[in-house]
Design a binder for this molecule. Structure first.
Ligand SMILES: Cc1cc2nc3c(=O)[nH]c(=O)nc-3n(C[C@H](O)[C@H](O)[C@H](O)COP(=O)(O)OP(=O)(O)OC[C@H]3O[C@@H](n4cnc5c(N)ncnc54)[C@H](O)[C@@H]3O)c2cc1C
Length: 450
């Protein structure tokens, strides 16, 4: 029996394996998925996890629960030697080991792009993973608790200041959702004043949200500004040392929370540790049928999809244009990848990937959103309802849809949970020292003993 190795069980990999399970005949091939995480992250829900509108666990789709006929290996592929049909796996426990395969599907996604800005590595947090979204929310909630005990002044101002660096899709969504949470929190903190809350969105270009055209983009800026946000366009972050933000525009301020959403970089394993063809950006070179290689030089038994692959965009009408890496494409590519692998196994014709975008839809916070499809632009509450409707239908499996919907329904009646659980990062503290989270004197003693 042949082995199909899927590297990465995220969006594209999860759908590839899920469809392969359905399409393969018994005994035709076995599917192996390697991923260090036991779940696929439904990243479009992360901005709502930030805001406490979606439970963190509900944005994590369990691989074990949904891929029942797939062999799952908890580990990272650190090298692919396709010439010898062998991948090297670094498991969660124990030494690296070789894993032989017959057919390879590379769906390892991208990583957060990093820039060498002083202070960012120490202060900032990304927004690509569930744990990051949970930590951002907890940091904001903890900052509110701490600020409420202080007199007005620089420290309290810093605690109530949040900065997002990068005004792309995920940055704007996260910013809008967190702003919405922070604004609503003020009702529960009579000690704090609305004017003390400072939200900064920093974008190097002259506009945010490049997925929509100029005028809707300008509307998003205006609507964020109306909500009290500072949107810094044509501004680069020069430093964030100790939370002191310095921008190229000359603006400077202290910020407790700095969220780094400047976009994606190529997956390091794909870029540097395979013998497969890579383009100048470190993306896997794939053909329109998702086979690795070019029309003239296809690589046998190797396929790729999702954010790690430069898939030709057949809708562009000209060669050399790659498809926008997003979930809309990763899901469809994953499904097609499974179909094409099975077709190829059976000696049938494979199909090219061709998908006309459904448009762009983004949340900007509770009750606010924007949708654009060519010349059609919908703003505000209706767009937000469409956003929720689309994603609750798109999240894989009925049990996820029901869980997410139930939380939305509960929140509509009772509001969002506003408790910080930052203390889960130090769960033995009360047990070992008898101290409660947030006790300042004890905190420093504890830090010394830690
Ligand atoms: C906050 C946020 C919001 C978003 N919202 C939207 C949206 O509303 N609409 C939209 O269309 N898109 C959205 N996106 C983009 C979308 O989520 C991505 O385009 C999509 O997840 C890409 O799928 P993928 O399978 O290529 O990568 P991923 O989903 O990132 O999956 C990659 C998987 O590979 C694993 N992996 C990585 N390296 C290795 C390795 N060496 N070995 C084994 N496994 C490995 C990872 O652990 C991960 O599970 C959003 C992204 C973010 C961050």
């Amino acid at each position: 029996m042949r082995t199909i190795l899927v590297v990465g069980g995220g969006y594209a990999g999860f759908y590839t394996a899920w469809k392969l399970e359905k399409k393969l005949r018994p005994g035709e091939a076995r599917v192996v998925v390697v991923d260090p995480r036991p779940y696929m992250t439904y990243q479009p829900f992360l901005p709502e996890v930030l805001a406490g509108s979606v439970e963190a666990r509900h944005a994590a789709v369990s691989l074990r629960r949904h891929l029942r006929h797939t062999k799952l290996i908890s580990g990272r592929v650190v090298k692919v030697d396709h010439a010898h049909r062998t991948a090297t796996v670094r498991p969660a426990e124990g030494p690296d080991f070789p894993l032989g395969y017959d057919i390879l599907a590379v769906t390892a996604g991208a990583v957060t792009r990093k820039l060498a800005v002083p202070g960012v590595a120490e202060q900032a947090i990304g927004m690509k993973h569930v744990e990051e979204a949970v930590a951002i929310r907890d940091r904001l909630l903890t900052a509110f608790d701490r600020a409420a005990t202080l007199e007005p002044g620089p420290q309290r101002r810093k605690l109530l200041t949040a900065t997002f660096v990068g005004g792309g899709f995920s940055g704007v969504e996260g910013f809008g959702e967190l702003l919405s949470l922070a604004t609503s929190l003020l009702r529960s903190y009579p000690e704090l004043d609305r004017n003390e809350l400072q939200f900064h969105l920093v974008e190097a270009r002259d506009r945010i949200l490049p997925e929509v055209t100029d005028r809707p983009g300008e509307w998003v800026v205006r609507s964020l500004q109306k909500r009290g946000a500072h949107v810094h366009l044509n501004a680069q972050l020069l430093a964030a040392t100790d939370g002191h933000v310095v921008l190229s525009t000359g603006d400077e301020f202290d910020s407790e929370l700095i969220v780094w959403t400047v976009g994606n970089a190529a997956n390091p394993m794909v870029r540097s540790h395979t013998d497969l063809p890579i383009d100048g950006r470190g993306m896997l070179v794939v053909r329109a049928d998702l086979r690795v290689g070019t029309e003239s030089e296809p690589v046998p038994d190797a396929w790729g999809a999702g954010d790690d692959a430069a898939v030709p965009d057949l809708t562009a009408g000209r060669p050399g244009v790659a498809i926008v890496p997003n979930a809309q494409n990763a899901v469809r590519q994953g499904k097609l990848l499974a179909k094409n692998i099975v077709a190829d196994l059976r000696g049938r014709k494979v199909r090219p990937y061709l998908h006309h975008s459904f448009g762009t839809i983004a949340t900007l916070g509770l009750g606010r959103g924007i949708f654009q499809y060519h010349g059609i632009v919908i703003k505000g509450f209706l767009a937000w309802v469409m956003h929720r409707g689309y994603h609750v239908l798109a999240v894989p499996s009925w049990e996820r849809k029901i869980r997410v919907f139930a939380v939305w329904l509960t929140a509509a009646v009772s509001g969002r949970d506003i408790v910080s659980l930052a203390s889960v990062q130090d769960p033995r503290r009360a047990f070992v020292t008898g101290e409660e989270p947030g006790e300042p004197a004890v905190r420093s003693e504890h830090a010394q003993s830690a």
